[in-house]
Design a protein around this ligand. Sequence first.
Ligand code: DCP
Ligand code: CA
Length: 388
Amino acid sequence: MNRRILHIDLDAFFVSVEQALASNLKGKPVVVGGRPDRRGVVASASYEARNFGIKAGIPLIRAYRLCPQAIFIQGNFAQYQEASNRFMEIMANFSPHLEPVGLDEAYLDATGTEGIFGHAHELALKIKERIKDELKLTASIGIAGCKVVAKIASDLCKPDGLCEVAPGEERLFLAPLPVSQLPGIGKKTEQRLRELGITTIGQLAKMSPDSLKKYFGASGLILHRYANAIDDRKVEPPAEAKSISRETTFTEDTLDQSFLQATLRYLCEWLGAELRSQGKQAKVVTLKLRYADFETISRRLTLTEASDRDEVIFTAALQLLSRALSWKQKLVRLLGVEVSNLMKGKQLSMLDSETQRLEHLDRAIDRIRRKYGFTSIQTGRTLPLKGV
Ligand code: DCP
Ligand code: CA
């Protein structure tokens, strides 16, 4: 049976979320990544900024030189995570065969859904419309019989595009395109292929699998398959995460207890919020410390009862931190926390009134953060981080 696979990719994702929130940014060259006088690179550039040669990955200072009038924004990851969740929720309405890729991309297998949503092309239009109405974002969608061609199709029709490759036309569609359009072909492989006289996917498709294997090893065989539009990878929901972690590297190595504790609190609040948003509880908390000399240790503690509460995770992590610091007095370079042994649902014994009061507090803070961003509200324990 011919498969119908959609690849949906939001356009200029980080920037578009900012533009949806502040209409004065629309239609302008906008860059998310930070201030141009700081170190760092462009994370996302509006299509107006791309006209000046700005693209993801280039240093901010270079972006500034290419377009001094561009608006540079630090960015707010919690906002992007929230937009991503809503994007995936919209898509989940259309098919259970959904595979999120990163924050702003997904594959959706629409094979056999004609009866409900009409032809794949109509389904794609409906998805685009809902994303525009509900998120004020634009998506580009590619439709084809396999993942790799659907992805290339969506890349080609950006921004706000829709490109369908008819069944059986996949190889013809790919043939004239430059090899760099194939996922997995970076600058080095492209250069190597050019030396062999290969610049288009059509030329690549005609090379023998054996010679590709000789030049590029096992990935040469995959290149051969993709160039011939052979890709039987299924659209698969992601495996359940076994743990959630968050860590931070300090700009300066430190042994300042109150600063380390406040950072720890921040990391634990982030993990607690993430657990609650996934409806999960954790039984194990692990602390990770990297010292200035790069020695790295991790210490774990099993909770008496699984929890999704900031306070419980923090208390466990703080115990581990205090022990580690009294054991070794060395400057700390990185601090991280992980929660694992995750389970769904609540424990009955957690329903005493003090626990409930704290749970309500966590949830009230979650709501404010969902609306205004994670750093919009600070609990007292993270206040030493202010002004850092
Ligand atoms: N991203 C990042 N750093 C990079 C590349 C991307 O932080 N070097 C982030 C910011 C992007 C998001 O991931 O907004 C999605 O990456 P994409 O490659 O899909 O880029 P965009 O969505 O920004 O643009 P496009 O319209 O080309 O998809
Ligand atoms: Ca994108």
